[in-house]
Design a protein around this ligand. Structure first.
Ligand code: SF4
Ligand code: SF4
Length: 503
């Protein structure tokens, strides 16, 4: 059976017999209550079971994806990075397999963040804190660190004894080995994060011979340190005090959300039970506290749903083990709904959880709509864009012959991996002529041909353009028109609306 829990619950205040005193602490008791409670070291005990197996599976999957993804290659042609997932800061590009995102398309990132948030809302309203308990990086890395800790220092009882033991060679050796292993994991984790920003094989070959930039060393060091501190030392304190999610996740739960629940109606009155004793007139909880001993946040789920509970479900496995041992049905602690808890406490029957409710349907509809919208944007994404900026000063110039000239900066976004040649024209401005500084020879002003503009592969080409209107052509102070850029090879066009200003 589990060792007695070392996590201490705050002592219940003693109450006087007056009715007010049953809910309000006396002045003396208030003085004795500390404003802040010191941290109580948690020594979670290892446990096996169905939930633990799911957690191991997800842990392996999450870590596998995180560490290996930067090593996946994706051929994009000559001159382009061949890393499947890469955020190329110097060239301002984000690559995800066949998708290449330009800075102007940052709305894709916004869409992904919105989808992520909605998926989190949906998961929470269905399964409570499943994200926190199973896939949150803080949980995954803490789990990994605890696994290493157990491997080196032993399970809960051995770790408690080791911490209490006076300094010795064995203790120093175990602690040093543990911290070395933690630092190694932290370093690999920090390094892997940098690989999402720089070609992984190049980074590794440069890193260990001192050829990486200071930025790379700085951020690897920073992420190594934060992983080591958060997963090795801060652990459950991150979830309880640093993370904002537990504060507002209650707003996403309702009576049909599946949360880790102690079925008090079945477990109470609790108390020790000896083999052969009757179960008549008592609850199934034998008060062994194994559920507390395995809890990574050190709480007692029998006190009800608490902010500290990350919904990891390890207490479910713990209690199922105990129930198997004492020959009672599993599920004294289980993922259950508040509706069932209330119904069963009143002697009713449990119901199947309702997955499709107004809020889950709403989240699903929003996820579907935004997902489809983003898919449409990606499918019909153009590999050509033109941006035009009208000169601010001067807004127009009147030439000696009375004609009016406006200046513009034209930016051609060639998202193709091939060099392209375009012709630039205007629409909606009768009698206008266009001249471009840097246009191809034999085109543009004085040649009778529209200016031809080149753009190198996967770059932004910038040109200065001047639009000229003969004297007396412009009626009014301004006229709206469009620049039209046409790819000479494919005939693809891009337009940008602008205005022509006059006196
Ligand atoms: S709920 Fe289960 S694991 Fe927890 S003390 Fe009771 S019997 Fe033990
Ligand atoms: S109470 Fe249970 S579900 Fe909640 S954190 Fe502790 S072990 Fe995990």
């Amino acid at each position: 059976m589990a060792e007695a829990a070392t996590q201490q619950q705050p002592a219940a205040p003693s109450h006087s017999s007056s009715p007010e005193a049953e809910t309000v602490l006396s002045r003396e008791e208030q003085k004795q209550q500390p404003l802040y409670t010191g941290r109580v070291q948690v020594y979670p005990k290892s446990i096996s079971g169905r939930v633990r197996r799911v957690k191991w599976l997800l842990l392996g999957l999450c870590l596998g994806v995180y560490y290996l993804a930067p090593w996946i290659r994706w051929d994009r042609g000559p001159g382009a990075p061949d890393q499947a997932i890469l955020i190329d800061m110097p060239d301002r590009r984000a690559y995800f397999f066949w998708i290449e995102i330009w800075p102007q398309e940052v709305y894709y990132l916004t869409g992904i963040l919105i989808l992520g948030a909605l998926a989190l809302f949906l998961a929470t309203s269905i399964g409570g804190r499943v994200w926190c308990g199973f896939t949150c990086p803080q949980t995954v890395w803490t789990d990994l660190y605890m696994w290493v800790e157990r491997l080196i220092e032993g399970d809960r009882g051995a770790r408690i004894r080791l911490d209490k033991a006076p300094p010795s060679g064995g203790k120093v050796a175990k602690k040093s080995l543990k911290h070395l292993a933690w630092l190694l994991i932290a370093f690999v984790t920090g390094g892997a994060w940098i690989m999402y920003y720089k070609d992984a094989p190049t980074l590794v070959s440069e890193f260990f011979v001192g050829e990486s930039s200071l930025t790379v060393y700085f951020f690897t060091g920073l992420f190594t340190l934060t992983t080591y501190l958060l997963a090795g030392f801060a652990r459950e304190q991150v979830c309880t005090y640093m993370c904002p999610w537990p504060r507002f996740q209650a707003a996403l739960l309702d009576e049909d959300s599946l949360v880790v629940t102690y079925r008090g109606w079945r477990g109470e009155p609790r108390g020790p039970h000896r083999k052969g004793q009757t179960w008549e007139g008592r609850g199934d909880c034998i008060d062994c506290k194994l559920c507390v001993a395995v809890c990574p946040t050190g709480i007692d789920i029998r006190d009800g749903l608490q902010l500290e509970c990350i919904g990891c479900g390890l207490c479910v496995d713990a209690c199922d083990t105990v129930m198997d041992r004492v020959g009672r049905p599993r599920g004294l602690i289980a993922f259950d709904t508040d509706r069932n808890r209330i119904a069963c406490s009143a002697g009713g029957e449990p119901q199947q959880p309702k997955l499709f409710r107004l809020r889950t349907i709403l989240y699903l509809v929003l996820i579907g709509a935004i997902g489809l919208f983003m898919l449409g944007l990606l499918t019909f994404r153009s590999d050509l864009e033109v941006n035009v900026l009208h000169d601010r000063n001067p807004l127009f110039v009147t030439l000696s012959d009375g004609s009016i000239r406006n200046g513009y900066t034209i930016k051609i976004l060639n998202k193709d991996r091939a060099e392209r040649l375009f012709t630039l024209g205007v629409e909606g401005l009768e009698g206008a002529s266009v001249a471009v500084i840097g246009a191809e020879e034999g085109s543009g002003e004085g040649t009778g041909e529209a200016p031809r503009l080149g753009a190198k592969p996967d770059t932004v080409a910038s040109y200065r353009a001047f639009v000229l209107l003969p004297s007396g052509t412009l009626s009014g102070k301004l006229k709206a028109f469009s620049f039209v850029l046409t790819d000479e090879a494919s005939g693809a066009t891009a337009r940008h609306d602008s205005v022509f200003r006059g006196p």
